[in-house]
Design a protein around this ligand. Structure first.
Ligand SMILES: *[C@@H]1O[C@H](CO)[C@@H](O)[C@H](O)[C@H]1NC(C)=O
Ligand SMILES: *[C@@H]1O[C@H](CO)[C@@H](O)[C@H](O)[C@H]1NC(C)=O
Length: 121
């Protein structure tokens, strides 16, 4: 049983490795100084929207699902917007993102106005 759970952990670790999660700080859409624009396509209507930094914006992925992990919460949104004012680091691999109010609310951030999370599109 012990060796089973250890190999299960290895499998889980490999899955997270393969997910190539990006990291960054998330802000609530509408925060002062943040600017977003459409990623180029009108996506299916959803309250769970994500704006990704300009250097990461790939028009081919517009409307793709974005997986977000924060503080034990795993959820998904839709890449609907480019965040033209969100900085990136690590040559554009990681960067800050902007979330719609409904998606932000799912993270139970309390009084924090920005939270560090991982995201993957
Ligand atoms: C991202 O957001 C955080 C929190 O607002 C900020 O301190 C940081 O400078 C921003 N930029 C990067 C590249 O993390
Ligand atoms: C942010 O708000 C603007 C204005 O309401 C909206 O057009 C845009 O789709 C929103 N983006 C996100 C990621 O919530």
């Amino acid at each position: 049983m012990k060796s089973f759970s250890q190999s299960a952990l290895v499998v889980v670790a490999a899955m997270f490795g393969a997910a190539q999660a990006n990291w960054g700080w998330a802000h609530l859409n509408g925060t002062d100084g943040l600017n977003t624009q459409s990623c180029g396509t009108v996506c299916a209507d959803t309250p769970y929207k994500v704006a990704l930094p300009t250097p990461l914006a790939n028009p081919a992925r517009c409307c793709a699902s974005v997986t977000i992990a924060y503080n034990g919460i795993n959820t998904q949104g839709t890449y609907t917007d480019i965040c033209t004012s969100c900085p990136t680091v690590n040559n554009g691999v990681d960067g800050n993102i902007t979330l719609s109010q409904a998606l932000w609310d799912k993270l139970n951030t309390g009084s924090d106005d920005t939270v560090f999370l991982t995201w993957n599109v």
